[in-house]
Design a protein around this ligand. Structure first.
Ligand SMILES: [Zn+2]
Length: 210
């Protein structure tokens, strides 16, 4: 079983998630876009040696900013969709140049996943679903009935598709792919409130129009 904690980080209020394996207390961090005092205290309390994965839903600066620092402190592996890796070292792709986020040093991921590939946190399988649209390599990470959706789906809306490598057509196809999942899921988005797939199928106009 995974336990989920949400922290609001970075000036853009990115949701950074701590996902903790009940049994082993090993944990992963999804989208560390910046520090918050609360998150800092919590990671210290959990222990850096228990941090095994830093998972990135996509390569924008407000989702990746602390990844390298966390990796160096912990030796955790950075995980991202294979074609999104170049965002981590390109300030025009990750938008750090545009948003004057000059202290973001280029880095590279350790684990590059393709669509449908998985990692394990304790006994819990975490599978990557490639969902381009917000960026070409944007992905959702799915475990049991949980979806970490990054900037693909947010509560009753979707991520921008007008940024570099974004595409509205890709977004539509990705939403179709997510909507075709069987059963209900809790959706943990990159910004805003937590929601569910059933709620989005009814109230998200981008999904109920496809
Ligand atoms: Zn983004």
């Amino acid at each position: 079983m995974l336990k989920i904690e949400r922290y609001s980080v970075s000036p853009l209020k990115t949701n950074c998630y701590l996902i903790i394996d009940d049994k082993t207390q090993k944990f992963a961090i999804i989208d560390p876009g910046g520090w918050s005092e609360k998150l800092d205290r919590r990671v210290y309390e959990m222990g850096y040696e228990k941090l095994v994965y830093i998972i990135l839903t996509h390569g924008h600066f407000d989702h990746i900013k602390l990844a390298k620092e966390l990796q160096e402190k912990s030796k955790a592996k950075i995980v991202i969709f294979k074609n999104e890796n170049e965002f981590l070292s390109n300030s025009n792709l990750n938008l750090s140049s545009q948003f004057l986020c000059k202290d973001l040093k280029p880095f590279s991921a350790d684990v590059l996943l393709s669509d449908g590939e998985s990692i394990y946190l304790g006994d819990s399988k975490i599978e990557l679903m490639h969902t381009p649209g917000h960026t070409l390599g944007s992905s959702c990470f799915i475990s049991e009935n949980l979806i970490f959706s990054g900037d693909t789906i947010m509560k009753e809306t979707v991520g921008r598709t007008d940024l570099v490598t974004g595409s509205y057509l890709d977004m539509k196809n990705s939403l179709k792919k997510i909507a075709s999942l069987k059963g209900d899921y809790i959706i943990y988005p990159g910004h805003g409130e937590i929601t569910t797939l059933n709620h989005e199928k009814v109230y998200n106009k981008y999904i109920n129009n496809i």
